[in-house]
Design a binder for this molecule. Structure first.
Ligand SMILES: [Mn+2]
Length: 289
């Protein structure tokens, strides 16, 4: 049985700063590896705007090479990709450049924020808008050899924003269709399992199977199906066995990547590593089910 590798948000132990040395990053990465993680989910955050971002990325790359770790996913640039001002375009270009330096395979990207209870024609228009948007981006993605993994959302977000009940992207089948219309191996899917669970409409195993080979990245976290809590697995009500069985069935080749950094962040620094170790044990347990 091929074991699915496990990954975690590196920011749990790391603060991104251009002043940090390669040794600093190597030590942080070693701590992650001691907890079972060799793959990371990165957020460039403010570093994206730093004059020194390219040098900083090279420093981290050296630390990754030295420690035999890999950054496989980044959650950028949101919402930079959808507001095409010159400044945002530059942030997008910088994002792709940093991803390329760091060897990041996939950028988890939310769909264009669109709230409302849409009819069929409106949904069709929104899908076409996404197709056009991503198609335009494909040459850049190819140039930098980085892919976009479009992430499913939750209608819970739209309730927070303006009281509407739906948000485009909360139905993973709309995203499957966009990916097929774009038809590029650089525009694929990221399944946020927590978002999907809050919808209460979809069977997790069926969605994984229907995404099939388009599924390139995961955001793993749990919830009680009523809020996007970003809990550890088993703190909520997701059926983890059904999830991992379906991943195996489709021959998922990506990483079992946590997006559950909010919980460790609540703990004092001294407890962050034990917390991470526990997260590692939970992930190892699930991928062995
Ligand atoms: Mn997510």
């Amino acid at each position: 049985m091929v074991q699915i590798p496990i990954g975690c948000d590196i920011k749990i132990l790391l603060d991104c700063n251009e002043l940090h040395t390669k040794e600093y990053y190597s030590n942080v990465i070693k701590e992650f590896k001691e907890c079972g993680f060799r793959y990371f989910n990165f957020h460039f955050g403010e570093m994206l705007r730093s004059e020194d971002s390219v040098r900083w990325a090279h420093t981290i790359r050296e630390a990754l090479e030295e420690t035999g770790a890999k950054c496989s996913l980044v959650h950028e640039p949101i919402p930079a990709m959808f507001e095409q001002t010159d400044e945002k375009r530059e942030l997008c270009r910088r994002t792709l450049q940093l991803c390329s330096i760091l060897g990041i395979d996939w950028i988890a990207t939310h769909p264009i924020p669109t709230n409302g209870n849409f009819n069929r024609d409106q949904i069709e228009q929104i899908k076409e808008r996404h197709r056009e948007y991503f198609e335009e981006y494909v040459p850049e993605l190819e140039k930098w050899n980085v892919g976009v993994a479009v992430e499913n959302l939750s209608n819970i977000f739209s309730l927070n924003y303006d009281g509407t009940k739906r948000m485009f992207g909360d139905n993973p089948y709309d995203l499957i269709e966009i990916v097929d219309r774009v038809g590029s191996d650089k525009v694929q899917l990221c399944l946020d399992i927590g978002h999907l669970h809050t919808m209460g409409l979809f069977d997790i195993g069926d969605v994984v199977r229907d995404m099939g080979p388009r599924l390139k990245a995961l955001h793993v976290h749990d919830n009680n199906a009523m809020a996007d809590q970003h809990y550890f697995p088993y703190m909520g009500s997701i059926d983890w066995k059904a999830f991992v069985d379906a991943l195996r069935e489709i021959g998922y080749e990506g990483v079992f990547m946590y997006e559950a950094d909010k919980i460790p962040s609540k703990y004092p620094t001294a407890l962050k590593k034990p917390c991470l170790k526990f997260m590692g044990e939970i992930a190892e347990y699930i991928v062995s089910l």
